[in-house]
Design a protein around this ligand. Structure first.
Ligand code: PLP
Length: 405
């Protein structure tokens, strides 16, 4: 019999956050082990409840949400997104610039499929949220990773970006606030990226899904607010700021020099109509979420639950001999460096597997984020402190004795 093989389109596509180590964790759970899963930024299972109004709104709208909507989304949601970005100082945006999708994930795929021809290059941060690299590869483009500098608070290295721009470069991706590093970029850096994009005719894709999850004195700037002569595509959604990742509700907004991008926008229209529309009941949550009380602010303020857990996680990681973590200014992750010489590590994936087997804690290894140098892991700091503290003690114990062969 002929075997059924996957498409070659998938040759360079991987998404290791839910990869083989997560599969091993699932196997261990099936065998009766309790695994603490700190691998995925999914707030709800850790007791982060969505604002009540959002739930009520979806339930209220359910009976009238049975049909398809317009492919770009229901009008009320698109107006709410437009107004949100008007308040965030993006100029000249109209309701037709907003596309509602089944989460940012679907829209990242659409945005790349609509743009790329074989061999077109897209600049992507390293480390990155790996869907970006995967989406570029699957869309027959070539991901080109630019360095984010740990010594500079994980800010992008502008010289490295410049050195990687070629005649094939079509776009640059920013993830701000960043997953996995938690960096929040300042205006000066964003302005430099805009200048580069202008000089080289690049599209700027800005993934801002964590734009309200900010700690300390961090301020978020929408890069698309900094110019109207560069073409921007900005992404946001409900999964993180409003803790309803399961609703699969997100948006994409085109702005800036849209005249330059008429043909690309037509491509987006084709792709969004091919998938009919996003889940309709959950689209009705968008207006309520953006217009309602922003309870996320209570979670990230100095006495807020997320902020306290961030501090617990960073402080405890940094107290482990051989581990170092730059304090995240946004999002919900700690990205920690492991002293590879001290622990004799040559395989970061094996390290995370060894931790899983020994301590029943699931993290994600640094290479899953398309980082080639050094040994790192990402930890999600969503559990309550009474779970996080013992878990970090166990991680500390693990590294006290760990030596890789
Ligand atoms: N972009 C970033 C940077 C993320 O971290 C995630 C999820 O973790 C996504 C996009 C996907 O979001 P959504 O749930 O809207 O598909």
């Amino acid at each position: 019999m002929k075997t059924v093989s996957r498409s070659h389109k998938l040759d360079n596509v991987c998404y290791d956050i839910r990869g083989p180590i997560a599969a091993q964790a699932k196997k261990m759970e099936d065998e009766g082990h309790r695994i603490l899963k700190l691998n995925i930024g999914n707030p709800a299972p850790f007791g982060f409840e969505a604002p009540d109004d959002i739930l009520k709104d979806v339930i209220h709208n359910l009976p009238t949400s049975q049909g398809y909507s317009d492919s770009t989304g229901i009008y009320a949601a698109r107006v709410a997104v437009m107004q949100y970005y008007q308040q965030r100082n993006i100029q000249h945006i109209r309701v037709d610039d907003v596309y509602i999708g089944n989460g940012v994930s679907e829209l990242i795929m659409m945005a790349m499929q609509a743009l790329l021809n074989h061999g077109d290059e897209v600049l992507i941060p390293s480390p990155d949220y790996p869907l970006w690299t995967a989406a570029v590869s699957l869309s027959s483009g070539s991901p080109v990773h630019y360095r984010c500098d740990e010594q500079a608070g994980w800010f992008p290295d502008l010289d490295d970006i410049k050195s990687k721009i070629t005649s094939k470069t079509r776009a640059i991706v920013l993830i701000n606030p960043n997953n996995p590093t938690g960096a929040v970029y300042d205006k000066a850096l964003l302005q430099d990226v805009v200048d580069l994009a202008r000089e080289h005719g690049l599209v700027v894709f800005s993934d801002e899904i964590y734009d309200k999850i900010l700690y300390d004195d961090a301020e978020h700037t929408c890069i698309a607010s900094l110019a109207d002569d560069v073409f921007f595509v900005t992404f946001g959604g409900l999964s993180k700021n409003y803790r309803v990742a399961g609703f699969r509700s997100g948006w994409l907004v085109v702005s800036g020099n849209k005249r330059l991008a008429r043909d690309y926008i037509e491509g987006l229209n084709i792709l969004s109509s091919m998938r009919m529309c996003a889940n309709v009941p959950c689209q009705s949550a968008i207006q309520t979420a953006l217009g309602g009380y922003q309870s996320i602010n209570d979670l990230v303020k100095d006495t807020g639950r997320l902020r306290i857990q961030r501090d617990v996680a960073v402080d405890m990681l940094n107290s482990i001999d051989g581990i170092h973590c730059v304090k995240p200014k946004g999002a919900m992750y700690c990205f920690a460096r492991v002293d590879e010489k001290k622990f004799n590590i040559n395989n970061d994936e094996q390290m995370i597997l060894d931790l899983l087997r020994a301590e029943k804690i699931l993290l994600v290894h640094g290479k899953a984020f398309n980082l080639t140098d050094g040994v790192y892991f990402r930890l999600v700091f969503l559990p309550h402190s009474d779970v996080l503290v013992p878990a970090l003690h166990r991680i500390g114990n693990f590294f006290q004795h760990y030596q890789q062969g």
